[in-house]
Ligand binder design. Structure first.
Ligand SMILES: C[S@@+](CC[C@H](N)C(=O)[O-])C[C@H]1O[C@@H](n2cnc3c(N)ncnc32)[C@H](O)[C@@H]1O
Length: 254
């Protein structure tokens, strides 16, 4: 952050240099062309001939290939360490990034698409900030423009009374589980990740405020957006009561 710049005020945890430097390796699978193909097609179609703004652009897992597809992309990112990794991969004039909080940071110009993927709305730990994030998306949209969120459905159906944790990944390299504070609507994601071949596991955790699809619709309405579409995944499959995640699209009225 430049000298004299005011640190953004947000409840979000600040992603560290160590996390940033590991992110691309940890996310190699979700960054592959095969994994990202449907995401990029979905977002490029909504951007049309306009520009896209990615909230929490991170190291550019989605923003860089979307830019390479011909969509002009601007990013907002809280962690200068994540943005520094992005910058090693793409020039400022190809993909500008503003360091700041996605709930409040305003960038110049208008966008046909604002998007926030990979469960990242949950990094804002209060309902007020999540509402502000919707308002900020609406502020940047052209009339008729879309705000897209990718988010897991809170897995509370897997949490019977007395159980404290819900596993979300049990694989050779990674053990992941969530623990819940049902009163405050918060969860902690715990990760044990195998580093190298010596059998050691690295422990990490992150805090999140989970939110229901209907709650997001209300946030959108508060921000003056209308729900246009909700699907279960980037391939457009139908959202059902058994869906574990959703891609939701809200539109700024023309
Ligand atoms: C799971 S990563 C997603 C990064 C990227 N969008 C992707 O799909 O790979 C979450 C990112 O959100 C950023 N972040 C968390 N809170 C934020 C906030 N309030 N404003 C902007 N970025 C935030 C983190 O620094 C991190 O880069």
């Amino acid at each position: 952050m430049a000298p004299g710049t005011v640190e953004p005020v947000t409840s979000s945890e600040l992603w560290t240099r160590a996390t940033a430097d590991r992110y691309d390796a940890d996310e190699a699978e979700s960054s592959s062309a095969a994994a990202l193909g449907p995401t990029l097609a979905f977002l490029a179609e909504l951007a049309g001939d306009g520009r896209a703004l990615e909230f929490a652009v991170g190291t550019g897992r989605v923003g860089i290939p979307l830019r390479e597809r011909g969509v002009p992309v601007v990013g907002i990112e809280l962690s200068e360490h994540m943005a520094a990794v992005l910058r090693r991969k793409i020039d400022e004039n190809m993909l500008p990034v503003v360091i700041g909080d996605m709930a409040t940071t305003v960038v110049p110009g208008e966008f046909t698409l604002v998007y926030l993927v990979y469960n990242t709305i949950t990094n804002l730990l209060t309902q007020d900030e999540q509402v502000e994030c919707f308002r900020n998306a609406a502020r940047h949209l052209t009339p008729g423009g879309r705000f897209v969120i990718e988010l897991g459905v809170p897995p509370l159906r897997f949490l019977p009374p007395g159980q404290v944790a819900v596993p979300f990944d049990v694989s050779d390299r990674h053990l992941g589980f969530d623990t819940f504070d049902l009163v405050e609507q918060l969860l902690v994601s715990h990760h044990l990740t195998r580093d190298g071949e010596d059998g050691r596991y690295r422990r990490g955790s992150s805090q999140h405020r989970y939110a229901w699809p209907a709650e997001l619709d209300l946030m959108a309405r508060i921000a003056g957006l209308e729900r246009e579409r909700r699907v279960a995944d980037w391939d457009g499959s139908p959202f059902t009561q058994d869906s574990t995640k959703h891609i939701s699209v809200w539109r700024k009225p023309a």
